[in-house]
Write a protein that binds this ligand. Structure first.
Ligand code: FAD
Length: 426
């Protein structure tokens, strides 16, 4: 019997922790990927760009494995059902921190245990696992700065070291190429889109602290989709951050931080981290929500961001903060609506980071911006898009009479938000 290595959010051979351990400890390792129907069924768009990205990444992976005289078994279904039907010697995989994945893995573990088979889980997606950065009391951090301080002081060569998977390639099971299901067979169609390259541009990283806030500049790495699906190793990225730019490293620490928060406080999936904020009387006006989604609020920086998102699946971080603040504060629309819309559209959608970002913007998250800090979209645009380059790039009708008037006046919206928030927090 063979050992299975189960790929999930780690679609690469190089520096893959779980794959390394499987190959080092076992022989006859067969690689598996499951198109999980429980996840796919939630996707509404048959042209979902992320499914195309996964599909292409699997093709690459399969080809690389076939060069090593093994292959990639690709199945479609419910993972628990699939594992109840097969009898591997052991299953190795990398840990996934999302609530659904945790439930799924627990069920898979039970099903396998009945047959005397172990599910071995490894840390791969983050630098520090959830129990590796804790307060002296043993409690998780809920504030970023002390967390990041401890993160940095604990980091050494060991934690950022790559796993030399290639040393054990001989332990793959030798098998002829397996068939690859088509995208249509898993219920999707090919999205025509350009995905960000899997290249770490050192010049951008070096200038990151100076340029990262200007959406018209290519001042950020654009690696998020690769970190999301594991086509790039976080250890490799951190090695570069350590050498090139501490400000960039800080962003990678936020990524670990939000994974840790989601792990210890899975209730944040549907609830405000600070419970009092769930008393806010959101207005939830459907027409205004639609205007926001379509980029027709009459605030150019907000609209440009939403159009960028709708067209490309990407939005610059500064603009994510502005659009999220506008939805929750100016329009008083529940952050969960915005979060769900981003989840549908973002190529790099990741529950931990998205939920963290939304709760931060709405003021209800751990270590969030204080609620009385309401971004002024016009001032933000003046500061971060002074030449209107970004808004002009995304708003064809900018400056013409076709561009809509603001759907709400800033001063009025700000005061209304402060009143409503204050009432909820009384
Ligand atoms: P860079 O600035 O080059 O940063 C490098 C990497 O660090 C990113 O690729 C990402 O993996 C990580 N990172 C950067 N900022 C953050 C952050 N604030 N929190 C967690 N990780 C971070 N990021 C996602 O990966 N997925 C999401 O679904 C997501 N939703 C967001 C929603 C809102 C409302 C906000 C305000 C932010 C969100 N972010 C999300 C964080 C951030 O906007 C993106 O990671 C970043 O814009 C991706 O661009 P980049 O790869 O060029 O990032």
């Amino acid at each position: 019997t063979s050992t299975i290595f189960w790929f999930r959010r780690d679609l690469r051979l190089e520096d893959n922790a779980g794959l390394y351990h499987a190959l080092r400890n076992e022989s006859d390792v067969v690689c598996l990927f499951i198109f999980d129907i429980e996840i796919l069924n939630d996707l509404e768009d048959e042209f979902d760009k992320r499914v195309t990205f996964i599909y292409d990444s699997l093709q690459t992976l399969k080809k690389q494995l076939e060069e090593k005289n093994t292959s990639l078994l690709i199945l479609y279904g419910n993972p628990v059902d699939i594992f109840s039907e097969i009898n591997p010697k052991a299953v190795y995989t990398n840990r996934d921190y999302e609530p659904y994945a945790r439930r799924r893995d627990e069920s898979v573990q039970k099903v396998l245990a009945l047959k005397g088979c172990n599910l071995h889980l490894f840390k791969d997606q983050v630098i520090f696992d959830t129990n590796e950065i804790l307060k002296d009391s043993g409690d998780p951090y809920t504030i970023f700065t002390p967390y990041s301080r401890r993160w940095k002081s604990k980091l050494n060569k060991f934690y950022a070291k790559s796993y030399p998977v290639e040393k054990y390639f001989r332990n793959f099971k030798l098998i002829p190429p397996l068939p690859m299901p088509s995208l249509e067979e898993v219920g999707f169609k090919r999205a025509v889109t350009d995905f960000p390259e899997r290249i770490i541009k050192l010049k951008i990283i070096q200038e990151y602290d100076k340029q990262r806030d200007f959406p018209a500049i290519r001042g950020t790495s654009r690696l998020s989709i690769h970190l999301r699906f594991g086509t790039l190793s976080i250890r490799k990225v951190v090695q570069i951050a350590l050498k090139k730019n501490e400000v960039w490293l800080n962003e990678l620490i936020w990524r670990d931080f939000y994974h840790m928060i989601l792990w210890y406080f899975p209730r944040v999936e549907n609830n405000s981290f600070k419970p009092a904020y769930d008393k806010i009387s959101w207005r939830n006006n459907l027409k205004e929500f639609k205007a926001w989604c379509e980029g027709k609020t009459g605030y150019p920086i907000v609209d440009a961001g939403m159009r960028e998102l709708n067209e490309t699946g990407f939005m610059h971080n500064r603009v994510r903060m502005i659009t999220a603040s506008f939805l929750t504060k100016h329009l008083l629309i529940d952050w969960r609506w915005g979060e769900a819309y981003f989840a549908k559209k973002l190529l790099d959608y990741d529950m931990a980071a998205n939920n963290g970002g939304w709760q931060w913007a709405a003021g209800c998250g751990c270590d969030a911006a204080p609620y009385f800090r309401v971004f002024n979209p016009e001032l933000q645009a003046e500061k971060y898009d002074p030449d209107h380059k970004y808004v002009k790039a995304w708003l064809k009708e900018y400056g013409t009479d076709k561009y809509p008037c603001p759907i709400i006046e800033h001063k009025f919206a700000r005061e209304r938000a402060l009143k409503v928030y204050k009432k909820a927090l009384e």
